[in-house]
Structures are given as C-alpha cells and as structure tokens.
Write a protein that binds this ligand. Structure first.
Ligand code: NAD
Length: 496
C-alpha cells in the first residue's frame, strides 16, 4: 500500500509571515516509517537562514510586547477552534511521519489543544504582586515582562504536542518565537503553521525553521535569542543546557528517560497488565514516559510476567493508519537496528528473551521499520540495559524482594522522568509517592503525563533547568521579574 508522492515536497520555512524557499545545501528525506515512502525533503538550514528568522522575531517583539495580554490571547482562541476542526487531518500527518497509531496521534493533539486553552489564561497567570507601605509612604510592585525572542527545539516522538508545551505560553506572555522541529518529523508543524497563519498574529511573532544540530546551535548562540526551550535525548539536552549557559541565557532542557514501574503482589493484576502494556508498547515504546523496566515483588514475579507476556504477544502491529492496529513502527530503520542490537546485548548479558519482537515482518509493509513487542526477563542488575534508554517496544523485567529493594533500584537510575507503582495498599502508595526519585509519579497509572496546568516535572538526567514546560512554570520561564519601589512626596499631591 503506497502513499508515496511522485516528487517529494521540498519543505519551505515560515519567516516574517511568509513561506520562503530554503537556501540550504543539505536536505534530508522524510520517510514514512510504516511504508518507507519518502513523504518530503527537509532542509538542514545553515546559520544565515536561521539568523534571518531570529531577526524577524526580534523586529516583531517591540510591538508585540506592547499589545495588551487580552489582545495577545485572542488569536489563541481562534487557534483552538482551527485545531479542533482539523484534528483528524493533523493526526493523519503525525501518523504518516512518526508511525504511531491514529488513536495515539489524536490523543497527542488533544494534549496540544489543552496547552492552547491554558495559555488563554495568561492575563491572570502573568500578573505580578505588590505591597503598599513596605516602608512609610513607599510601595513595592513586582511586574512580569516578556524576554524577547525565544527558541524552541523539539524532538521526533511528539511532533504535534511538544511544540505546544511552549509556543502558546511564549507568545501569550509577549515573546516572539523561532521554532525548530525535529528534522525527522517536520511535516506536522508545516500543517500547524498553515493554521497559525490564519489566526491574526502580526508578522514575525512566530517563525519556523527546519534543520538539525547546526540550526539548533545557531539559535542557541544568537545574541538576540533570550531563552531556549528544548526537548530531546539526554546527551543533546545536556549539551544544549551547557551551551545556553555559556551564552548567558536561560534554558529548560528535557532529556531522555528510563522509567520504572513497581508491581506489588496486591495489585489488581488484570488492570496492571493492561495499563503497563499500553505504557511499554504504546507509541512503539517511544514515549518519554514509556515504562521500560517492571520491578516485580513477591508473587507478582510470576503472575505479572505471565500476564504481560500473554497480553503483549496479542498486540496487532502494523501501519498506524490501518483499522485495528494497536502499535506502529519505530521512527527509523537505524532505530530498529539499534533496538534489536540492544536486545541481543541484554540476552548476551544473561537476560531471557521471553517475547522476541526482532526481525518483524508485516505483510504489505516490507520496507517499514517494525519491531514487535519484546520482553526481557531477569535482566541482571549489572546489565548495561538497566541504565540505557532503549526507546522502543522493549520491557525489561527485574525482581526485588521488597519495596525497599525496589526503591533502591530506582534510586540508582540516572534518569527520573517517571516512576509508577501498582498496588491496592494506600500505605505503600503514600510511601512511594513520598520517596520515589522521579518528577512524574503514577499510582496505578502507566503514563503519568501532567495535564497542561501542571509542570512536566522530569528529574535527574531527564531534565536540566529549573522551570519546566507547561502551566505556571512556563509563565515563570518566559518572563523576567521587575521590581519597582516607589515613593511620592506628600507635598506634590497637595498641588492637585
Ligand atoms: P534528539 O536528541 O535526537 O533530537 C531532539 C532535537 O534536538 C531535534 O530537534 C534535533 O535536531 C536537536 N539536536 C540533536 N542534537 C543536538 C545537539 N547536540 N545540539 C542541539 N540540538 C540538537 O531526540 P529525538 O530522537 O528526536 O527524540 C527522542 C528523545 O527525546 C528520547 O530520548 C526521549 O526520551 C526524549 N524526550 C523527552 C521528553 C521529556 O519530556 N523529557 C519528551 C519527549 C522526548
């Protein structure tokens, strides 16, 4: 089933309110991971093109920051309606370029819309505070002001949602923006910007440049970029944070993950199995909140292992656009090879391959990058896999004697994006919530994704920075606080 376009579309940039052809000398194919068909060609923009986008955003800033917050949010109401009207088409674009199922793409876009809705509250959220008479006749006021141009650099696994963790808040608080989406999935933002074009934003407030590392580094180094919002793998997040710091600018950098779930023997095993299966294998294991290690305690070692192997083996894998498909391909052929070789390494280090999804062939989609659900049992604690983000549909099982031992296991992990517990004990749940060393905690929840009005709170090597994405943290990140201390001599007021 081919969805190839005859001449792959060469993707334009959106700068200063216009679609312009890229002058890049290097271009990448954007394949559909389910079919291998080339959907488009994306430019790997050089410094000159990126600088133009920053200059456009900088030129738009003075007028935009003077636009009242109430007026700045009006385009977001229009955007919400346009996204709702176009959600089906946008979801198809995500599925075609990323591979996840249509249901997953729709769910992703709902999260994008939620962030637009929350950012519409900026006139309330952006308020400062004040106190009269901090000393006799002296008042003190804290006001928030936008920063200027902000850069947003996003990853391949949520092409629709993650740009919206930043864009609505950045512009509603009065900043202007340059977005660089992942070069692997640039099509979703092309469609979104075609909608953004219609909501009445002044020219230059939002700009889209395509590219890879060079484009990202140009943004980070540009003196007119005041803040960097980044999401991607931990090595890249660490590098972006260091580079932003060296350039004297604030950054929020969300990195990779290795998420654990602890399964206690008193858990509702049927519910736990279904939810953990969705977390580990949904989006082909390419969520940053995907559970990738299940730590079983007591009898759960046997009951959970048997149940999850049975459930995972039944998942229907295929093209995410097809009816009934529950899991799509991984993002690229290189990713498939990497995942398969890590599974092999786990086996060599002593793990038992309970369910082997390597070498998957899906009839009609022979060029697709499919890996079927894979389960590794009894992964030794010393295995390299315990600390490696596999980023594919692979669940490792390890056993612990009790909650103390399981929590110590989590403590040793370099990552802290999410930790979950399945239990029917309130006391165990409370202890877990109190002690688990991760920023997003699930109690009988497999994907503890914070709603837009909560921060996305990764810890340890899953996050570099202080202010997270979404909600109030966004307002804090995208504004500068200014304190005004005022005194007016009494005699002046007597004149009037
Ligand atoms: P990636 O690190 O390869 O790329 C992410 C973005 O960074 C892309 O736009 C890319 O062009 C750019 N980039 C890559 N190297 C760079 C560098 N050295 N300097 C500056 N920019 C650079 O990540 P990916 O494969 O696209 O996405 C998957 C990764 O993102 C996984 O590790 C996943 O866990 C992580 N992720 C984390 C979160 C979170 O909230 N913590 C959310 C989604 C994805």
């Amino acid at each position: 089933m081919s969805t190839a376009v005859a001449t792959p579309l060469q993707l334009p940039q959106y700068v200063n309110g216009e679609w312009i052809e890229s002058t890049a000398t290097e271009w990448l194919d954007v394949p559909n991971p389910a079919t291998g068909d080339v959907l488009a060609r994306v430019p790997l923009s050089g410094a000159e093109e990126v600088n133009k986008a920053v200059e456009a955003a900088a030129a738009a800033f003075p007028a935009w920051r003077r636009t009242p917050p109430e007026d700045r949010i009006q385009p977001l109401f229009k955007l919400k309606m346009l996204l709702e009207e176009n959600i089906d088409e946008l979801s198809r674009v995500i599925t075609r370029e990323n591979g996840k199922t249509l249901t997953e793409s729709r769910a992703e876009f709902r999260r994008a819309i939620e962030n637009v809705e929350v950012a519409c509250g900026i006139p309330m959220m952006m308020q400062g505070f004040n106190l009269e008479d901090v000393a006799r006749g002296i008042d003190e006021v804290m006001i928030r002001q936008p920063l200027g141009v902000v850069a947003v650099i996003t990853p391949s696994n949520f092409p629709g949602m993650i740009p919206f963790w930043f864009l609505p808040y950045a512009i509603a608080t009065g900043n202007t923006l340059v977005l660089k989406p992942s070069e692997r999935v640039p099509l979703t933002m092309q469609r979104v910007f075609a909608l953004l074009e219609k909501i009445g934003l002044p020219k230059g407030v939002i700009n889209l440049v395509n590219g890879g590392r060079t484009a990202a580094e140009t943004l980070i180094d540009h003196p007119k970029v005041r803040a960097v919002s980044f999401v991607g793998s931990t090595p890249a997040a660490r590098a972006v944070y260091a580079r932003s710091g060296a350039n004297g600018k604030r950054a929020q950098c969300q990195g990779g993950a290795k998420n654990h779930v602890i399964v206690l023997p008193d858990a509702d095993m049927e519910m736990a199995t279904q939810i953990i299966s969705d977390s580990a294998f949904g989006c082909a294991g390419q969520r940053c909140l995907a559970v990738s290690v299940a730590v079983t305690i007591g009898d759960a070692q046997r009951t959970f292992r048997d149940a999850i192997a049975n459930s995972a083996s039944k998942l229907k894998v295929g093209n995410g656009l097809d009816e009934g498909v529950q899991m799509g391909p991984v993002i690229t052929q290189q990713s498939k090879s990497r995942i398969e070789s890590l599974v092999g390494r786990g086996r060599d280090e002593g793990a038992k391959v309970l369910l082997d999804g390597r070498g998957a062939k899906i009839s009609g989609y022979e060029q697709g990058s499919f890996v079927k659900p894979t389960i590794l049992d009894a992964v030794p604690a010393t295995s390299e896999l315990t600390d490696t983000e596999i980023f594919g549909p692979v669940l490792s099982l390890v056993h612990a004697n009790d909650l103390d031992e399981a929590l110590a296991f989590l403590e040793r992990s370099p990552y802290g994006n999410q930790a979950s517990l399945f239990t029917s004990s309130g006391a165990a749940a409370r202890r877990f919530r109190y002690e688990a060393p991760a920023g997003n905690i699930g109690i009988n929840i497999g994907v503890a994704a914070p709603m837009a009005y909560f921060p996305f709170s990764g810890w340890k090597d899953s996050f570099f920075g202080i202010m997270h994405a979404q909600g109030r943290d966004s307002v804090e990140f995208y504004t500068e606080k200014k304190i005004v201390v005022e005194r007016w001599a009494k005699e002046h007021s007597r004149k009037f």
